[in-house]
Design a protein around this ligand. Structure first.
Ligand code: HEC
Length: 331
């Protein structure tokens, strides 16, 4: 009798501590979520999006009127974009005739569908991302990792409309107008950090790789919440490594490790991010119940690196508030 009671008590503890298939205590079999279609953007940058090469799109974005989804998402939620042609390298920009992908990867498909879910409690916002994959990065002896990254912001109107595209530029590392490594390391900012690569930056924090906006403008933008939080999970050789960083006038990783995990099983990657609410870290987004955040997602799959990722249009997650995904409070 007694042993039965103990056994039941232990069983109950196990059931309550590990609900569903949750890693961090969230029951993912019940959490709110949506399918997010990511696409292969080639070298489509913020400069392309604002240019005559983007036709009507360019005019609307310059005026900050219509957002990406308004023009590129069909009524049934299907993507209206030549993603397969971009991935295959068979389509050119309308005016300049520059290729959307000058170095196509053989067999690369244009679209990738991810299942995104969210939940929160008193301490964290939890975001789970799952996608079908061959698991190239995860396999034994893989040379290049696979990866999922989220850019997150809750205040910047341009980010809400255009997502990570506001941080993607022609002069970034591996993009068509990237300055040479020699030029970059000769620049006092990059050289001072022993670096030769130009990374993501928000268009309002830098006018070009070597031109930071004036200090007054930068501090105003920071006060208004213009810094973009960045979290990432690298999936390599059977292990997941979490990173925590930010994008503003540069893309930087913080010294502290990120709070995230990931696994590859049965032909799918699943990664889970934990974002601390009410953080005191100035480089992390301060979150509370009722907030709505915008998220731009990137997935590096098939061991592809640098710019050769799939990206999403921005979508929103609400902490108990109406959004594309209305996260419910986990108990
Ligand atoms: C006002 C509508 C509009 C908006 C807003 C808009 N686009 Fe476009 N976009 C277009 C049109 C129209 C084309 C096709 C141009 C052509 O072929 O003449 C296009 C083409 C593209 C292409 C080239 C591939 C293709 O299918 O032709 C990409 C990539 C693209 N848009 C991405 C985006 C992204 C990312 C955003 C948001 C940051 C965005 N667009 C916002 C209208 C828009």
């Amino acid at each position: 009798m007694r042993t039965n009671a103990v056994a039941i008590a232990i069983l109950l503890m196990v059931v309550f501590l590990v609900p569903g298939n949750g890693v961090a205590g969230v029951d993912w079999t019940r959490a709110a979520g949506m399918d997010v279609t990511l696409f292969y953007p080639g070298v489509a940058s913020w400069e392309f999006l604002n240019s005559d090469d983007h036709r009507l799109g360019g005019r609307e974005i310059k005026q900050m009127r219509k957002d990406c989804r308004h023009c590129h998402l069909g009524k049934g939620g299907e993507l209206d974009l030549k993603a397969d042609e971009i991935a295959a390298g068979s389509v050119k920009m309308k005016r300049s005739h520059n290729p959307f992908e000058p170095e196509p990867l053989p067999g690369k498909k244009g679209l990738l569908s991810a299942d995104v879910q969210a939940a929160y409690d008193n301490e964290y916002l939890y975001i789970r991302v799952e996608w079908d994959s061959k698991g190239a990065g995860w396999s034994k002896g893989a040379k290049k990792p696979d990866r999922v990254s989220l850019q997150i912001n809750k205040a910047e109107p341009a980010f809400r409309k255009y997502g990570c595209f506001i941080t993607c530029h022609n002069d970034l590392n591996t993009m068509p107008e990237s300055p040479s490594k020699k030029e970059v390391s000769a620049n006092s900012y990059y050289g001072g950090q022993q670096r030769d690569d130009v990374r993501l930056y928000a268009f309002y924090a830098r006018s070009a790789w070597d031109q930071r906006r004036p200090e007054g403008e930068l501090s105003k933008k920071l006060k208004e919440g213009g810094r973009i939080d960045l979290v990432s999970v690298e999936l390599e050789n059977g292990a997941a490594t979490a990173f925590d960083g930010w994008v503003f006038d540069d893309r930087r990783w913080e010294d502290k490790a990120g709070e995230a995990s990931g696994v590859y099983t049965k032909g799918k990657y699943a990664a889970e991010f934990k974002l601390k609410l009410k953080t005191k870290d100035q480089f992390d987004l301060d979150l509370a119940e009722g907030d709505v955040v915008s998220i731009g997602m990137a997935v590096h799959d098939d061991g592809a690196s640098k710019r050769k990722h799939y990206v999403s249009f921005p979508f929103t997650v609400g902490l108990g508030a109406p959004a594309d995904i209305k996260a419910e409070k986990a108990r």
